[in-house]
Design a protein around this ligand. Structure first.
Ligand SMILES: [Zn+2]
Length: 292
């Protein structure tokens, strides 16, 4: 996905943090999450249903500073720089969802490197992007961008980066609608966790479809229409982060009882559903297990 060069970006929607300590995070249960995150290393590894287990006793952030993003003024900047791309995508996502959800309020977005404090405890780079319901904020480790670029290539990388943000924004929408709170820390093919993750994929698809008609304050669309090649890249990315693919990649037998995000086919299908039919089609909690 490419920004229109002359689109104007409001950077106030994203906070960039720098200088957090790389202190260890405590908590044995977190180890499993880190292993999982490292094993999959792809978008979709997030902690939404697990956020409560992050140990908040980690390193202090006394050295952490918020860094200005004034350099991110236009779509051209967003095309050229990872942080500016996040700021541009956040502006577009915020504008899109403002018109979709009654009582909408924007999530916080923190771009960090190393570690940072979140309302769900200390976040570190190894965790991957996540949404914290307690402070209604999305946390993205900017080092993760280079992982995406190496895994998905230079052309698919930017789309994968924005898909990550759109997916996490989707969790914020599920939080606003109240559906996130109904989901516990469960797993399995038709579990609440899987339904929540597929809903976020669907919401991401709805935004991608509307991205080229979502405009800045001057009426300029933030993004150019998605190309067929970019859609193919998005579908590849959705397949890569399916639980069955992740289990296979880890040398395991495919076990639906362990699913937390949905299979490759499901993730592709719900992204496509959102893309073709819009956000109102994303009722993953209202369908039977066989339709999920
Ligand atoms: Zn998720």
């Amino acid at each position: 996905m490419t920004f229109n060069d002359d689109a104007r970006i409001d950077t106030s929607k994203v906070q960039r943090r720098r200088g957090g300590k790389t202190a260890a995070i405590g908590g044995g249960s977190l180890l499993g999450i880190i292993v999982l995150a490292v094993a999959s290393q792809l978008l979709g590894v997030d902690l939404t249903p697990l956020a409560g287990v992050i140990d908040g006793s980690g390193g202090s952030t006394s050295s952490e500073q918020t860094v200005s993003m004034e350099e991110c003024r236009t779509g051209a900047d967003a095309n050229a720089d990872d942080n500016c791309r996040m700021a541009g995508a956040a502006d577009s996502l915020d504008t899109f969802w403002e018109g979709q959800v009654d009582g909408y309020r924007a999530p916080g977005v923190a771009l960090y490197s190393g570690t940072t404090q979140s309302g769900c405890g200390t976040a570190s780079a190894s965790i991957g992007p996540f949404y914290c319901p307690s402070d209604e904020s999305i946390y993205v480790d900017t080092d993760f961008f280079s992982t995406l670029r190496s895994d998905f290539g230079a052309s698919a990388g930017p789309l994968a980066q924005m898909y990550v943000l759109a997916h996490e924004w989707g969790h914020h929408i599920s939080n606003l609608t109240g559906q996130l709170r109904q989901v516990g820390n469960d797993s399995g093919a038709a579990s609440g966790s899987v339904r929540l993750e597929l809903q976020a994929d669907c919401y991401a698809g709805a935004w991608v479809a509307a991205a080229s008609t979502t405009t800045d304050a001057n009426g300029t669309p933030f993004l150019k229409p998605v190309t067929a090649a970019e859609m193919a890249d998005a579908m590849d990315a959705a397949a890569a982060v399916g639980d069955d693919n992740i289990q296979r990649s880890a040398g395991q037998r495919v076990n639906p009882d362990g699913f937390t995000h949905g299979s490759s086919a499901q993730r592709q299908r719900w992204f496509q559903t959102g893309y073709e039919e819009g956000a109102l089609s994303c009722d993953t909690f209202g369908v039977s297990a066989s339709k999920l």
